[in-house]
Ligand binder design. Structure first.
Ligand code: GLA
Length: 676
């Protein structure tokens, strides 16, 4: 995959993250424990092979116990213990959560929800991203931390705050409102331009002055979609500005690389990480299996592929994950034995050069006491600990993989802008959610065995054979032109329904759907015809379709499949259009998983996409390569053993493989390829 040029330019002048091999790390919160426990912690970290530890993440109330007082004695001790043990440090700036003295002294820093009510301290991250007062205190703390440890030789990486925007991304307080107005003024220049962008002639919403504009507060009816969309953009940029401010303070005092932990995950959507990534010295992501979803393992794969996409293809760090259950889902499912290792392999196969966990030792108190850890409540006589030690040894053997890049010949386009715009208050069907449609397409593609990059719609697509565009409702002219040139030059695309409908202002592209892609796809849609929840339609091929249908007419495309019944019997449901030297397919409905997979497999074969022997819905096979090295990762999530093609040395079993290798049920193989 070609990195964004933007990434390369930004990165050039800045430090890069270097670790000796694949990092094995964790969050360490020694402040929750008696100092007598610390030497034992460090001894066990060494036993497990942990070599990168994040500390001082939630340290504010400890290192700055009251206004103007700083006490680094405990942190100094922990720093020394880790340095003496040869364990590198990922140093938190401690600003993740303000201490009670600060919110007592300055309650105006507290965030305000869209109904105007304050969110109080007592949990975490109770601060407004636009608050100048919060920023003043936070940066004063960062100065202290960076002055003290900025040239410490054991600081490998700086960890700004923690999961910025996890809880506080959207604030509606007076400071946020003022800042939103300033942002809008910069974006639009004149109030007339803002009125045009938001379509405020509708429902008498015309603004006469910037001072009349509010953040999208809770209303009686549905809110202006342009205002909501811009508020998302503003909120993402506002927190990025905050990150930048902390990073500047550190940069002036340290040459170590700086990052923060992203949340590329299914349930958080407030930050546009494509715009954040160029400002990170290394991209780091937190990912937890989400057992509320139908297929958490595939969501993990998608999130990891997307993390690599936002990193421009460069290696990245899994900054947090869990050894077993989390504590914040309604039902916190423990991992099966071996699942943690498979999950870790999934991330490494997708470009992670570090696997870190939340957290080192399971807490005895506080909200997260039932969250799993490397060292569980049960102690070292536990299956979790034994698997942790085995994982540490495996990661050591994988050190040679570091720096290689994932090889993929298909891409899925993804956009936070489209996510925010699609899931608006009013839309043709509330059963059509952006991420679900992206996941459905990705699931079908992954199940065919294809290796998938998840990239921004403006990314360089020239290296791909197939580009899938799921439900890209909102698309800019430049992104539409990007896809068109890819196909004209011989690429194959599959665009799915509810794509190309509006521009970046959520303004409908007139003249028939799918607006931006109508010519490329050789079709014209007069009207949507969504299905009721639970209803199904049949296609001529025998496929079952749900959620969506539309009054579609062919202009230059041919019909490949058609609705037999449902709201539009006889109307094409799958079309194919030759365009330039390539082909543009369109899917006008949501097929069942097996039918979706069949369609995508057909298109992948037509496009010449690589589909390794043995890969399928339960078996992932990916390749990382570079500098003359090449590694095949095979991860079997099913009970049945599977045979794959490979020749070389297996870093899991430490044995040679000649021509083929069996991946046991629920097992993994990671093979350094050698010519047969
Ligand atoms: C996030 C946070 C951690 C912890 C974990 C629990 O990743 O960054 O502090 O709360 O979730 O899963």
């Amino acid at each position: 995959m070609q990195p964004h040029t933007e990434h390369t330019e930004h990165r050039a002048a800045r430090p890069t993250w270097r670790h000796d091999g694949i990092a094995f790390g964790c969050d360490y919160n020694p402040e929750q424990w008696d100092p007598e426990v610390w030497p034992e912690d460090v001894r066990l970290m060494r036993e497990a092979g942990v070599d990168l530890v994040a500390i001082n993440i939630f340290g504010w109330s400890q290192v700055n116990p009251r206004k103007g007082t700083f006490d680094f004695a405990a942190l100094d001790t922990v720093m020394d213990l880790l340095a003496d043990a040869g364990i590198r440090v990922n140093l938190g700036t401690a600003t993740a959560s303000p201490p009670p003295w600060l919110t007592t002294l300055h309650p105006e820093i507290l965030p305000v929800a869209d109904d105007g009510t304050t969110r109080y301290p007592g949990g975490r991250q109770a601060w407004c991203p636009s608050s100048p007062v919060f920023r003043r205190y936070a940066l004063a703390l960062v100065e202290q931390v960076a002055d003290r440890y900025g040239s410490h030789p054991n600081v490998e990486l700086w960890h700004v705050s923690n999961e910025l925007g996890c809880h506080n991304a959207l604030c509606h307080c007076v400071e946020s409102t003022a800042s939103f107005r300033r942002w809008l003024e910069q974006r639009y220049g004149t109030i007339a331009e803002l009125n045009r962008a938001w379509g405020t002639s509708f429902w008498s919403q015309r603004y006469d002055d910037w001072a009349e504009i509010l953040t999208p507060m809770r209303t009686l009816s549905t809110r202006n979609p342009g205002q909501v969309l811009d508020f998302h953009r503003f909120s993402s940029e506002e927190l990025l500005g905050y990150y930048r401010a902390e990073a500047e303070v550190i940069r002036a005092r340290s040459t170590a690389p700086i990052t923060t932990n992203f949340m590329v995950t299914a349930h958080i959507r407030n930050l546009d990480y494509f715009s954040w990534a160029p400002e990170m010295d290394v991209v780091a992501n937190d990912h937890y299996l989400d057992n509320r979803l139908a297929d958490p393992t595939t969501e993990l794969a998608f999130a990891a592929d997307l993390t690599r996409g936002i990193a421009g293809g460069a290696p990245w760090i899994l900054m947090e994950t869990s050894t077993s259950a989390v504590n914040w889902q309604p039902h916190n499912i423990a991992k099966a034995r071996g699942e943690m290792t498979r999950n870790a392999a999934q991330h490494i196969a997708r470009g992670a050069d570090g696997i870190c966990f939340f957290q080192w030792r399971a807490s005895a108190q506080g909200s997260e006491k039932f969250h799993s850890a490397l060292l569980p409540h049960a102690g070292t006589d536990s299956d979790v600990w034994r698997e942790v030690v085995e994982l540490g040894a495996l990661l050591d053997r994988l050190d040679e993989v570091t720096g290689t890049r994932v090889v993929a010949d298909t891409a899925v386009l993804f956009s936070w802008d489209a996510w925010w715009a699609t899931d608006a208050d009013n839309r043709p069907s509330h059963s059509v959610e952006y991420l679900e449609q992206v996941h459905a397409a990705y699931t079908a593609l992954r199940a065919t065995g294809a290796s998938v990059d998840v990239v921004h719609p403006d990314a360089d697509l020239s290296g791909y054979r197939l580009v899938v565009v799921p439900a890209l409702y909102s698309v800019t002219d430049s992104a539409a032109a990007n896809l068109e040139s890819f196909v004209a030059a011989g690429g194959t695309t599959l665009v799915t329904f509810y794509s190309g409908i509006v521009d970046e202002h959520d303004r409908v592209r007139l003249g028939g759907y799918p607006g931006a892609f109508a010519e490329l796809l050789g079709i014209r849609v007069e009207e949507f015809a969504p299905l009721r929840p639970g209803d199904e339609a049949r296609l001529a091929s025998g496929a079952t379709a749900k959620l969506w249908a539309e009054h579609l007419a062919l202009t230059t495309a041919e019909a490949i499949d058609a609705f037999v019944d449902g709201p539009v019997p006889g109307v094409p449901a799958v079309t194919r259009n030759e365009h330039g030297s390539g082909a543009a397919w369109y899917l006008a409905t949501a097929p069942d998983a097996a039918d979706y997979r069949g369609l995508v497999a057909r298109i992948a074969d037509e496009a010449g996409v690589g589909r390794p022997v043995g890969a399928g819905p339960e078996v992932e096979i990916l390749r990382r390569a570079g500098d003359g090295r090449s590694y095949v990762f095979a991860i079997n999530h099913g009970a049945e053993p599977v045979v794959i093609d490979a020749t070389g040395f297996d870093l899991v079993t430490t044995g040679s493989v000649d021509g083929d290798a069996t991946v046991p049920g629920y097992g993994i193989r990671i093979i350094r390829e050698e010519a047969a």
